[in-house]
Design a protein around this ligand. Structure first.
Ligand code: AMP
Ligand code: FE
Ligand code: FE
Ligand code: ZN
Length: 300
């Protein structure tokens, strides 16, 4: 498999399997996002909104127009300690009933959590309401109907109201695990999430494994456990990964016969300074990564 370090080659930025739209906590709508992918000369992409497939059909229409290969994708939050665990799913049937029902459960859990975050912020003396957060999300997303409100929207309101100086500070002080206004949301276990993805015909990959906050020994143990649950791949390439992390993760994929995925985790203005298609300095993946994932599904 070619996983090149080809600075400036024709393959430049050809694969990006991790990005968010206005259907979760990105600031670019699915149509515009596909246009941006085209500009970045990406050929194989996946829209991986948090806990929803709502943006897929719109993105697919535009991707087809533009001649971009769009893989059905999603990024699902999983209950995990000490850090956080997100599992990416690819190639699922986007209409799978069981998958859609599971996503609905997680969306409801976020809806239950959000007012509790507001209560905590108010108890800290801040003048902030859920309506304000919703209004900001709606304005940003320019969407009618159901919107998904996540912590980045809270962070923006805190910033706008000058309770914090930066978006990062909002997370560090208040919204991150351990922060003063952090509220845990109910999540599925990795076993359930992987099963639902697999049963929908897809393949599951651990997103940005560094967010699990494990050392090498614990990470291998966690990967081994999830392999037993049907894990199919690891996100070896992510915009935040250092070369050493990549080689450690690549070793794990070899050891456990897993596929490799990679993506930027683009969120538009909600992750300033991060370019769509950026998987790490000098890192460009090609179609073989996609074929590798398809093969894992076929030979399961
Ligand atoms: P939620 O799923 O609503 O709890 O929101 C989680 C999202 O917040 C993540 O997917 C990230 O996009 C964002 N996020 C989490 N931690 C941070 C952080 N420390 N700094 C900036 N954004 C973060
Ligand atoms: Fe996010
Ligand atoms: Fe994530
Ligand atoms: Zn993400």
């Amino acid at each position: 498999m070619y996983l090149g370090y080809l600075e400036g080659s024709l393959l430049r930025g050809s694969v990006d399997l991790h990005m968010h739209s206005t259907h979760s906590d990105g600031t670019v709508n699915p149509t515009e996002l596909m246009r941006e992918c085209k500009k970045k000369r990406l050929s194989w992409v996946a829209l991986t909104d948090h806990d929803t497939l709502a943006g897929y059909q719109e993105a697919k229409q535009e991707a087809d127009q533009l001649g971009i290969y769009l893989i059905p994708g999603v990024e699902i939050s999983v209950g995990f300690e000490p850090g956080s665990l997100h599992i990416l799913g690819y190639f699922m049937n986007p209409e799978d009933k069981q998958l859609l029902a599971a996503l609905k459960d997680i969306q409801n859990s976020r809806k239950e959590r959000n007012p509790k975050i507001i209560q905590k912020l108010q108890a800290l003396g801040m003048r902030i309401t859920l309506e304000e957060v919703e209004a900001l999300a709606r304005e940003e997303q320019k969407m009618q109907g159901e919107i998904q409100i996540g912590r980045p929207h809270f962070a923006k309101v805190l910033l706008k109201k000058e309770y914090v100086r930066t978006f990062d500070e909002a997370f560090r002080k208040y919204l991150s695990k351990g922060g003063e206004a952090y509220v845990e949301k109910w999540c599925f276990t990795s076993k359930d999430v992987i099963r639902v993805i697999n049963e929908a015909g897809g393949i599951a990959s651990i997103a940005h494994p560094s967010s699990m906050h494990l050392d090498s020994f614990e990470l291998e143990k966690a990967v081994k456990k999830m392999v037993g649950e049907g894990l199919g791949a690891i996100e070896v390439y992510h915009s935040s990964h250092k070369p050493r992390q990549r080689s450690e993760l690549l070793d794990l994929t070899k050891k456990f016969h897993l596929g490799v995925t990679g993506g930027s985790d683009f969120h538009g203005a909600n992750k300033p300074g991060l370019s769509l298609g950026f998987l790490g300095r000098g890192i460009y993946l090609d179609e073989e990564v996609i074929e590798g994932l398809k093969n894992k599904i076929r030979t399961r």
